[in-house]
Design a protein around this ligand. Structure first.
Ligand code: SAH
Length: 278
């Protein structure tokens, strides 16, 4: 099913993902149509193939059908919060307990930056997406790829997308707005990373509505679960522990902080590791 979605243009690729029911929600489709995969893929000739492709440093840009499924799975936690009635009209289920806080999304192992951009198209003008990489050259790759389009440059300049360097297994605490330098990496601040809102930083209070992990973890890292907002959702590939199987898991935190973990389907991702020694 996966490979049948390749196209010769971005629009054709997205249309094929739609036809093959790998994208099922209109808002996801329009977000994918807005981001030209050729700006993020290693070679223009294979940019619209539905396959993972090497981007250096033993990393790959994941296959479009995987990006599609990740976004579909996280969608209720990405969209700007609107009244429940309107969200239904937009074609998505509303999520109980959501208030008007801007969305905050963490893309761990941002690699090419492609998914980071798609996520940013969904969170709306007030949302923030942080792409986190442990290899500085890949952080720069994602940023450089995003700067190829006017929309991408706007996302970087406005600070709505920021690429950072850090170990994704520990999550990320973004400095408060006053200290934030859009698009510039820096050490994690330790304040407000557990979803608490203070008067000073209520627009960008810590915690994440959605965490996407783009590399296979050895476990469902507790620190990442802790950094989820209530409600919030994580999408994470995890090694089954037998050396060859990996599965996508979702971890949901509900309004009251209760955790629900669900194993979805088998996958093949590069591992979430220590940064290579340089
Ligand atoms: N979503 C990216 C996937 C890149 S592959 C894309 O589609 O382009 C997985 C990425 O995870 C690699 O870029 C790798 O450098 C990164 N990675 C691996 N371990 C990591 C860690 N501990 N912290 C942050 N990033 C990590």
């Amino acid at each position: 099913m996966a490979w049948r979605s390749s196209g010769t243009s971005n629009a054709e690729l997205v249309e094929n993902l739609w036809r093959n029911k790998l994208i099922t929600q209109p808002l996801v489709k329009s977000a994918f149509l807005k981001v030209d995969r050729a700006h993020y893929a290693p070679s223009p000739s294979s940019a619209y193939e539905d396959s993972p492709q090497p981007i250096g440093h033993e990393a790959t840009i994941s296959a479009p059908h995987m990006h599609a499924n990740a976004v579909e799975t996280l969608l209720p936690f990405l969209l700007p919060k609107v009244e429940p009635g309107k969200q239904a009209a937009m074609g998505v289920a509303s999520v109980k307990g959501q208030t008007g806080r801007p969305r905050r999304v963490l893309d761990i192992g941002s690699g090419s930056g492609y998914l980071t951009h798609v996520l940013a198209e969904l969170v709306g003008d007030t949302g923030v997406v942080v792409g986190l990489e442990h290899i500085p050259a890949l952080k720069r790759l994602g940023e450089g790829n995003m700067a190829k389009s006017a929309e991408g440059r706007h996302l970087l300049e406005s600070g709505r997308v920021r690429f950072r360097v850090g170990d994704g297994r520990k999550g990320w605490a973004e400095p408060s707005p006053a200290g934030a330098q859009p698009g510039v990496g820096g050490p994690a601040a330790t304040n407000g990373d557990n979803g608490e809102t203070t008067e000073d930083n209520k627009d960008e209070a810590g915690g994440w509505d959605a965490i996407h992990v783009g590399a296979a973890a050895v476990e469902l890292h507790e620190e990442l679960v802790r950094q989820l907002r209530s409600p919030g959702r994580m999408f994470i590939p995890v090694d089954a522990g037998n050396g060859w199987e990996q599965y996508i898991w979702t971890v949901d935190k509900d309004d009251s902080g209760n955790i629900r973990k669900e194993r979805l389907y088998g996958v093949r991702y590069v591992p979430l590791t220590d940064a290579p020694k340089s």
